[in-house]
Design a protein around this ligand. Structure first.
Ligand SMILES: NC(=[NH2+])NCCC[C@H](N)C(=O)O
Length: 433
């Protein structure tokens, strides 16, 4: 197995390896009483969601070298019996599982352990007529949001962060990612030195009581030198400061690292839960934005605190908007409007992840097909708009022929889980970095 060298210094450079997760039985068990606590806005029709996700993966595979599923990587990491035992022990410490459940998970084959941890494990005597209202009682509860692979861990430059989730529903996910980074045969050559952030390990060891939260949807690597991080409902300022400290310490050893961290001060609300729900990069010169938060003159313009990572002492400055702050550090982006110029469509399409495009290569993006006004705005900006079916039916079509493309994927089911294409991906390596 070829080792994978972590390398993400861009939001747009051609994808090499990317991790996703096909929604499995964990989404089929959701009942209305669970939805709010498990952060979905509806119950999904699982088979259709899986078809949509399969189409999404095929689109990614047209450009990426490898599209990997986290569940497969997790199973491969658990093949080592010692790793499997250690994982079950850490899960016990993290969420307090009873001894007999731990014994069951330990005695299973790695694929079954992984399936139970992700898809959930009911009690043997669980009555089939159980009516879930607020509480749900599983032996091991399912984690349906793993589909949004962006959030529990992030590759930043040539290192990674094991994120800590703001909500109970997602607290188990980073532990899986932490095991994959540390123990997967293709990734384990990366050391602790390559880890920028991790609150989960100290929590398990009892070194801290309450982790500060940071989620990957808030982290955007905009260039070799610049990161933007949303200070949001999900990511706390204290966590961003810890990340900045760690990047700065690394820089002191090797000055090839990041120079600026731009902290975007976001409204604390579900519609804008992460920075990537309102801002994504689509090409070297362009970004998709939810206009009220980024366009000069708006009353809702988001301020930015810029942290200079080049100095041993903390240096911060404030800026009225992200686009202005980016210009000062040499990134001049033309905003394309999610929802076009109609303020009703802007709000509607932002809610269904119109601003959350995922870049396969510079100027080659994929997005949810239902966001028609956003697609029109991209069309006006010179993107050739195609639906995924047309692209997949035409093997001769080369998405890397130098034109700009928007490939629209079908996502009637996926979008009900309140995340978009960027949220569903965790790039491990992009080209040229
Ligand atoms: N990067 C993102 N925007 N992720 C969206 C995650 C959606 C998921 N249901 C949650 O609420 O956590």
């Amino acid at each position: 197995m070829q080792p994978i060298q972590l390398s993400v210094f861009s939001e747009t450079a051609r994808l090499k390896q990317v991790v996703v997760h096909n929604p499995g039985p964990e989404v089929d068990q959701m009942v209305p009483g669970m939805m709010e606590k498990l952060l979905f806005d509806d119950i999904l029709y699982g088979d259709l969601a899986r078809q949509e996700h399969a189409q999404f993966r095929q689109v990614l595979a047209r450009v990426a070298d490898e599209v990997l599923d986290i569940q497969d990587l997790f199973i491969e990491a658990l093949q080592d019996e010692g790793v499997k035992l250690a994982f079950v022990e850490d899960l016990r410490r993290l969420v307090g599982l009873p001894d007999d459940t731990c014994n069951l998970l330990r005695d299973m084959a790695p694929a079954d352990t992984a399936r139970s941890v992700i898809g959930g494990l009911p009690w043997d005597d669980m009555p089939s007529h159980t009516h879930w209202e607020e509480e749900f009682d599983y032996r091991v509860r399912p984690i349906p949001n793993l589909l949004f692979m962006r959030d529990p861990a992030s590759v930043i430059g040539d290192g990674y962060s094991v994120n800590s989730m703001a909500t109970w529903a997602r607290e188990r996910e980073p532990l899986i990612l932490s095991y994959v980074f540390r123990h997967h045969p293709r990734l384990k050559h990366h050391t602790e030195h390559d880890k920028w952030f991790d609150q989960v390990t100290p929590l398990i060891r009892g070194e801290i009581k309450a982790p500060v939260s940071m989620e990957g949807g808030d982290i955007l690597v905009l260039s070799h030198k610049v990161l933007a991080v949303g200070c949001s409902e999900r990511t706390q300022a204290d966590a961003i400061h810890l990340l900045a400290e760690s990047l700065r310490a690394h820089r002191a050893e090797d000055d090839s690292s990041f120079d600026h961290l731009l902290m975007v001060l976001m409204p604390k609300k579900r519609s804008a839960m992460h920075l990537d729900t309102i801002f994504t990069r689509t090409s070297e010169a362009e970004c998709l934005v939810y206009p009220p938060y980024f366009v000069e003159g708006s009353r809702e313009l988001l301020n930015v605190t810029s942290i200079d990572l080049r100095h041993p002492e903390l240096r911060m400055s404030t800026h009225p908007s992200l686009l202005k702050a980016l210009k000062r550090v040499g990134i001049d982006l033309r905003p394309i409007f999610c929802g076009g110029n109609d303020f009703i469509l802007q709000q509607r399409e932002q809610w269904t992840d119109g601003a959350n495009a995922f870049c396969l290569a510079p100027g080659v993006i994929t997005s949810y097909g239902r966001n028609l006004a956003t697609a029109e705005a991209l069309d006006r900006a010179g993107y050739r708009v195609l639906n995924a079916k047309e692209v997949l039916a035409d093997p001769a079509l080369d998405l890397l022929d130098g034109q700009k493309y928007l490939v629209q994927i079908e996502a009637g089911e996926l979008s009900r889980a309140r995340g978009g294409p960027r949220c569903m991906t965790m790039p491990l390596a992009r080209e040229g970095s």
